[in-house]
Design a binder for this molecule. Structure first.
Ligand code: F0G
Length: 427
């Protein structure tokens, strides 16, 4: 794709474009060593957990144009309680929610906004379920660009909305869902000088490749058997496949891990499409309390299918109850995440029960968003008041379809009395 082009779609097949390189890498071991050495450096590009891996995303040749907020650099945690809960010997969680704006979007946004900067764009836009918009707003602010975000009214969390407002973005609350916002922003950016920064933009996906690069670097390049990721608009799944394929072709790795994508039960268009072996996406009217992945018409679905083909991967779905309990368990490991991220642990548990996953598999699940992104959900769960959405409207079904608070930990009101407190503490 030419650096000046605004096209995202192939004119002949209608598929999304990729950034394709003629890599000049002769010795992968030497590059791995350079990546490791850069962790000791204080150079601004080396401090970034995205640009540290610049040899594998060589689209930017003018480093003065890079817009970075020291993104990436996220930990991989051993999660013993989650492992026991799902039935695995060990489970690792790579927590992209510990990025500067609290989600994996920062890995992609540094690349997307850098490309906007290379093209001298002054205005950037995206449709979002809240995390893309928070991230884009922050990076646009750093770059001195105007940010315009399209969000479905009342369907993103307060924390995410607050971030976009604070970072100075023009925030448009659309009386529609995410899929309608996505369609509209595509039309508007196509007809104007506004640069689109949804994951339809292939440069965003270049940045997100570094989630895989950093994960493998942290594991001394020991490839896991499986990587599990939540599926919404399917940009992350797309980018993971591209990263792994490039690493394999360049001889950085000698085997491909399986990529397993997990969707919410009533926001599962990819699963439906695969199970019906449809060549067209089978869209759904998306419903889930995991608002980040409340998407029925994901733009990157074909690239996600490609990822599954390349990695022998698969897609599955989990219920609202399974998401809620898995999220609480991730919290009990002292890690925590937002609901969409918990689809991963819930999905692994489901696939172990159905024997599609073996208990001694080496698995890394990618947590995509921070616990603090959706405090309402967490509080409702712990206080026993989390209700599933009405399948036909955006109302919550009070009194019906209650999500059971299996691992509830509600706050306890106490008098200002030492005796009462000690009694409550069980002492
Ligand atoms: N997890 C979180 C926390 C997300 O915010 C998203 C997507 C996903 C998972 C799904 O990732 O789209 O690459 O499959 N959020 C987008 C947004 C759509 O607008 O913030 P995906």
């Amino acid at each position: 794709m030419a650096a000046s082009s605004k096209a995202y779609v192939c004119p002949s097949c209608g598929g999304l474009l990729d950034v394709v390189y003629d890599f000049q890498i002769k010795d992968p071991e030497e590059i791995k060593h350079i990546f490791l050495q850069r962790r000791l450096s204080n150079h601004p590009l080396d401090i970034s957990g995205v640009w540290r891996y610049r040899e594998l995303l060589p689209f930017c040749h003018d480093f003065s144009k890079i817009i970075s907020i020291q993104e990436g650099n996220t930990p991989i945690y051993n999660a013993p309680r989650c492992a026991k809960y799902v039935g695995l010997k060990k489970l690792y969680l790579k927590h992209q929610g510990l990025n500067p704006t609290g989600s994996f979007k920062d890995n992609g946004m540094t690349a997307g906004v850098t490309q906007a900067n290379l093209m001298n764009s002054k205005i950037v836009a995206c449709a979002s379920t809240g995390n893309t918009s928070a991230s884009m707003a922050a990076y646009a602010a750093r770059a001195g660009m105007k940010a315009v975000i399209f969000i479905p009214d009342q369907q993103i969390t307060f924390s995410k909305l607050a971030q976009s407002l604070d970072y100075g973005a023009l925030t448009l609350e659309l009386e529609g869902n995410f899929d309608e916002s996505m369609k509209l922003v595509q039309e508007i950016t196509q007809e104007s000088a506004v640069y689109l920064l949804n994951s339809i933009n292939p440069f965003r996906l270049e940045g997100q490749k570094t989630i895989i690069l950093e994960m493998l670097c942290q594991r001394d390049w020991k490839v896991p058997d499986r990587i599990v990721v939540p599926g919404g608009n399917l940009g992350n799944s797309a980018s993971f496949g591209k990263a792994l394929k490039e690493l394999y072709n360049l001889d950085f790795i000698q085997k491909m891990p399986m990529v397993t994508i997990i969707q919410a039960q009533r926001a599962n268009p990819l699963y439906k499409t695969l199970i019906h072996q449809s060549s067209q996406l089978l869209r759904v009217e998306a419903r889930t309390l995991a608002t980040a992945i409340k998407i029925g018409n994901p733009v990157s679905w074909k690239k996600a299918v490609r990822t599954m083909d390349w990695t022998q991967g698969w897609c599955d779905f989990v219920s609202e109850q399974e998401i809620a309990d898995a999220k609480a368990m991730i919290g009990l490991d002292g890690i925590g995440c937002e609901p969409a991220s918990a689809t991963t642990v819930a999905g692994i548990r489901k696939l172990i029960k159905t024997r599609e996953i073996d208990s001694d598999e080496d698995i890394v699940a990618v947590l995509t968003g921070n616990l603090l992104k959706d405090p309402d959900y967490t509080l409702s769960y712990h206080q026993g008041s989390l209700y599933e959405e009405n399948p036909y409207s955006d109302e919550l079904l009070e009194g019906k379809n209650k999500v059971q608070s299996t691992f509830a930990n509600a706050p306890i009101k106490v008098k200002v009395s030492k005796e009462e407190i000690l009694k409550t503490m069980g002492l």
